[in-house]
Design a protein around this ligand. Structure first.
Ligand SMILES: [Zn+2]
Length: 106
């Protein structure tokens, strides 16, 4: 199979592209809004939303921050609500995590 992001040939059962680090395969199967465990800054809300809507996580964080500032704190309350409401991403099985490959995009 090929990575949709960089177009390189990768393992058929790969969850993450070894070349660019983009999540592949699992994204289609898992179309649930979850708080990501990897690469989170606070609670993983922004990262989870970015993955769900296929957006840049920095853009989501900026929009969320600007919304919070413009609305005078409602955005922060919404973040906390999302923190409580949105479930955490389930732990990945050890077999699916390539050892020695840590993906840090942010
Ligand atoms: Zn790639």
């Amino acid at each position: 199979m090929y990575c949709n992001y960089c177009g390189k040939c990768i393992q058929d059962d790969a969850n993450v592209c070894a070349y660019c680090g983009t999540r592949v395969g699992g994204v289609i199967a898992r179309k649930r809004l979850v708080r990501s465990r990897e690469g989170r800054k606070v609670a993983g809300v922004c990262l989870g939303m970015a993955e769900y809507f296929d957006l840049d996580v920095t853009l989501v964080r900026l929009v969320w921050l600007i919304t919070a500032l413009v609305t005078g704190g409602i955005g922060f309350v919404a973040y906390v609500v999302a923190w409580i409401v949105v479930p955490e991403e389930p732990y990945k099985l050890a077999a699916n995590v390539p050892t020695g490959q840590v993906v840090t995009n942010s």
